[in-house]
Design a protein around this ligand. Structure first.
Ligand code: GLN
Length: 305
């Protein structure tokens, strides 16, 4: 496995040139585009990491999978579904060009910014700091890593500049989808996006999702099985934003990307994968990361289709 992963890194390295690191969150512009790491976890092969797989980066949109899980566990499927739909929008993750006077819950999904921001309101907790803490605790539990923490610099950077997310949040309020204090909800969302992980953490979280909420090594059921089905289905159709259809054809597994350059891929019943390579394509997905998943999927026949 190590040899295969090393070859993939070598083969995909040139694809870094096709992308650019995100700059709209100023702190993310400091990322080194040449960093590239992969980690896989499976029962038969254990944990395999190559390249910069121990380098940490912020989850960004990958945390949307955890926000969805937290909301499902706290409020149940019906309430979650009522607030945020599950259909792909075919639009960029931060789009706000909804049709005139016509934003409804079913027009958003948990993997775009509007949907994830709305779902923060469903997390249990008296205050938004408490809600965030519950998200952080869940991330630590899924990754089996109590050292996971916030990147304060990225958090402050996005909080200071995230006006598009502010606009989206006020739009959700204007349409009556949420009724809470917009700045409080946003603070929770910005903090969530700034949770710092490594490829190993992402592979571990994906491995739990791949095994329907169970850690197959310890036998512990970490969350309700039916919530894994819900999340994996939404990751499959919406996890790579408006690149999800193409990704379903070329890779064929549920996955979530983030503008940090991370990708978490879930191979049902088989494997968890974490990738980091910060140069992004025009849709905000890691260029070399997607190529690496294409090759891995082809070599190991990972596609669920
Ligand atoms: N924090 C980022 C934002 O809201 C997350 C977006 C992403 O990773 N695509 O813009």
């Amino acid at each position: 496995m190590d040899k295969l992963l090393k070859n993939i890194i070598r083969e995909c390295y040139p694809y870094i040139q096709n992308g650019k690191v995100a700059t709209y969150i100023p702190e993310l512009a400091k990322a080194n585009p040449n960093e590239f790491g992969i980690c896989t976890i499976s029962i038969d092969q254990g944990t395999n990491g190559v390249g910069d797989y121990e380098k940490s980066f912020t989850m960004q949109s990958i945390v949307k999978a955890i926000i969805l899980l937290r909301a499902l566990e706290d409020k149940g499927e019906a309430e979650v579904r009522n607030l945020v739909g599950v259909e792909a929008t075919g639009k960029p993750f931060d789009a706000f060009n909804y049709s005139d006077q016509d934003l409804k819950s079913e027009h958003i999904n948990p993997m775009i910014n509007a949907g994830a921001i709305a779902l923060c309101t469903l997390i249990d907790g008296e205050t938004y700091r408490e809600k965030f803490q519950r998200l952080l605790d869940l991330t630590r539990k899924l990754a089996g890593n109590s050292n996971i923490n916030l990147d304060e610099d990225v958090y402050m950077s996005e909080k200071a500049t995230g006006n598009k997310n502010r606009a989206l949040t006020y739009m959700l309020k204007a349409y009556g989808i949420i009724n809470e204090d917009a700045e409080e909800v946003l603070d929770c969302y910005f903090r969530a996006c700034s949770i710092k992980v490594t490829c190993v953490d992402l592979a571990r979280i994906a491995f739990i999702l791949a095994n329907k909420g169970e850690n197959p090594i310890t036998g512990e059921q970490l969350f309700d099985k039916k919530h894994a089905t819900y999340i994996n289905a939404v990751l499959m159709t919406c996890g790579m934003y408006d690149g999800s259809g193409e990704f379903a054809i070329t890779v064929g597994v549920p996955a979530k990307s983030g503008v940090c350059g991370g990708i978490m891929a879930v191979v049902p019943n088989r494997m968890g994968i974490g990738i980091y390579s910060p140069a992004l394509d025009s849709k905000g997905n890691s260029c070399a990361g997607i190529k690496a998943l294409e090759i891995l999927s082809r070599e190991l026949e990972l596609s669920i289709f």
